[in-house]
Design a protein around this ligand. Structure first.
Ligand SMILES: [Zn+2]
Length: 126
């Protein structure tokens, strides 16, 4: 967040140098930054991968991926459907529903993103 204060008469912001400034979280939730061309390319690539994962891994019992959430530092589990919807929302310039992890997931059926990538690479190599 870039903020430039030209008004020396303003009271000091008590959170000025606080990385946990609650205002910054509110802003993150409400403002959807448009994707840069590079981000758009990345999301488009990820979307293609998610669709590939879904096609190849679902029949093998892998239902989605899990991440360590940067906000709450817990693992969140997302099935392929939710991942796909999140990415489509990003591409439309909407705020993806990132905090809608799968309810009561079977954690055995979820893998890290890199594992899914490696799995596909392994299949391609054969
Ligand atoms: Zn979280």
């Amino acid at each position: 967040m870039v903020s430039v204060n030209y008004d020396d008469m303003m009271p000091l912001d008590p959170f000025a140098d606080d990385p946990n400034d609650p205002a910054s979280f509110i802003e993150d939730d409400e403002v959807v930054e448009p994707l840069t061309p590079e981000e758009r390319r990345d999301v488009t690539r990820d979307l293609a991968q998610v669709r590939e994962f879904r096609k190849v891994l679902s029949p093998r019992g892998i239902l989605g991926v899990f991440f360590t959430c940067e906000d709450c530092e817990q693992l969140h589990y997302y099935n392929w459907e939710i991942m796909e919807q999140n990415m489509l929302a990003s591409l439309r310039g909407e705020l993806p529903p990132v905090h809608e992890p799968s309810a009561q997931p079977n954690v055995e059926a979820y893998v890290p993103w890199d594992y899914a990538l490696g799995y596909l690479d392994g299949l391609d190599a054969r």
